[in-house]
Design a protein around this ligand. Structure first.
Ligand SMILES: *Cc1c(COP(=O)(O)O)cnc(C)c1O
Length: 405
């Protein structure tokens, strides 16, 4: 099957299906206990996503608290340097807290509030999801427990401080390697005990149904705004849309505004230091079908079928799988997935900063790097890049490791 075989405009109605499948990917592979909790969340979401009260409250929050709509900016100097292709960026770096993650965290915590929960639970690696969730929890007045590996707590001191200032409880996980994987396990364990009073908030379009659908829906505001803004600015659609893919939430956000239109779409994975296993996190490019963290998708596995060790200079991209909808769109050939190395991303980080006065997150720099590469091959036309976040969080690391270029 190809994407064009799906009747125009029925895509979002039919995918995922009622069991959370995008083709063969997705679903929910969790313990019976957790399935009860997932069913409860799904049922609540199905009701409130049609409720005008919920929709108008979310709309008000996006405007008054998050500062949406975020603009689309034309990259005049960078475009001029490259040639005749016009480059644009959707400015999620200007969303409150400096990245797209707050778009789904505000939705998830508003849902928790509607469900009468008093607490939200999550794990965090680099701390970006933890900070966004702590922000949303503070706004709605809910308790927030963030599980974090002891090593990550040491590495990410500023984000740990932010979460604590925002009133979240940061729970140190000292098992195993003391990083993200152990934090996920600890958070899930806590959730099994507390699911009557708490909900688990997943930080991307991954995990068991309904999260890949729900997070996509909450992020779709990015694509809806971007399409309208782009047409208003130029009178037409962009020729290409580019976003970086970790779990895939910022990408699904902007892609969802363009999937049903004649636009080429590119999802960019991190190739890190190179193609050897362990040196990258390009799960769609080098992975296989499998099940992990409660869902079926395409993922990087070790010899034993467990999540493989992955690496990227961008901590937000080093995840061994991608959301099930990306696996589906990959198989349908609707989205082209490609890779960008650490070095290419670092070059793009400096290029965008110098040429346009925008310091991008190192995750987003992967999309910028690809957008520039693509523009050089196109000759004419336009490319819209999702700038998923700002680079303030990355500056110390980049200066220490690469110096100022
Ligand atoms: C977390 C993060 C990402 C990666 O997450 P996705 O779910 O793939 O979008 C990308 N960019 C920024 C700025 C992030 O913080």
């Amino acid at each position: 099957m190809k994407f064009n075989d799906i009747e125009f405009n029925t895509y979002f109605k039919n995918y995922p299906d009622v069991n959370g499948y995008f083709g063969k990917y997705g679903g929910s592979y969790v313990t019976p206990e957790l399935q009860i909790a997932m069913d409860e969340i799904n049922e609540a979401y199905q009701t409130i996503c049609k409720s005008s009260k919920f929709i108008s409250e979310l709309r008000r929050i996006r405007k008054e608290f998050q500062g949406r709509p975020t603009p689309v900016s034309y990259l005049e100097r960078l475009s001029g340097k490259i040639g005749n292709v016009h480059l644009y960026v959707k400015r999620e770096d200007l969303n409150h807290t400096g990245a797209h993650k707050l778009n789904h965290c505000m939705g998830e915590v508003l849902l928790a509030k509607y469900m009468g929960k008093s607490k939200v639970i999550a794990e965090t690696g680099a701390g970006q999801h933890g900070v966004a969730l702590a922000t949303a929890a503070a706004y709605f007045g809910l308790d927030c427990d963030i599980y974090m590996g002891a090593i990550d707590i040491k590495k990410q001191a500023p984000n740990v401080a932010r979460m604590k200032i925002l009133g979240a409880r940061v729970i140190e996980v000292k098992d195993g390697l003391q990083t993200l994987k152990e934090a996920v396990d600890a958070a899930f364990m806590a959730y099994c005990k507390e699911y009557k009073s708490a909900i688990y908030c997943i930080g991307s379009v991954v995990g068991p149904h309904p999260f890949p659908m729900m997070v996509r829906d909450f992020q779709s505001i990015v694509g809806i705004e971007a399409r309208e803004q782009f047409i208003e600015m130029t009178g037409e659609l962009p020729d290409a849309v580019v976003a970086c893919v970790g779990g895939g939430s910022n990408a699904m956000g902007i892609f969802s505004g363009f999937l049903n239109y004649p636009v080429d779409i590119y999802g960019i994975e991190p190739l890190g230091r190179g193609i050897k296993m362990g040196n990258h996190a390009a799960s769609l490019t080098y992975g296989d079908e499998g099940i992990m963290h409660g869902f079926k998708s395409i993922m990087l596995k070790d010899e034993n079928g467990n999540p493989a060790p992955v690496y990227s200079v961008a901590s937000g991209l080093d995840y061994p799988a991608c959301g099930p909808e990306h696996a589906f769109l990959h198989d349908l050939d609707r989205v082209k997935y490609d890779v960008i190395t650490d070095d290419e991303a670092i070059d793009a980080f400096f290029e965008l900063s110098r040429m346009e006065g925008i310091i991008p997150a190192i995750e987003s720099s992967h999309a910028v790097a690809y957008g520039m590469k693509l523009a050089k091959t196109m000759g004419k036309g336009s490319v819209l890049i999702n700038l998923s976040g700002r680079g303030d969080k990355d500056m110390d690391y980049i200066i220490e490791k690469y110096g100022i270029r």
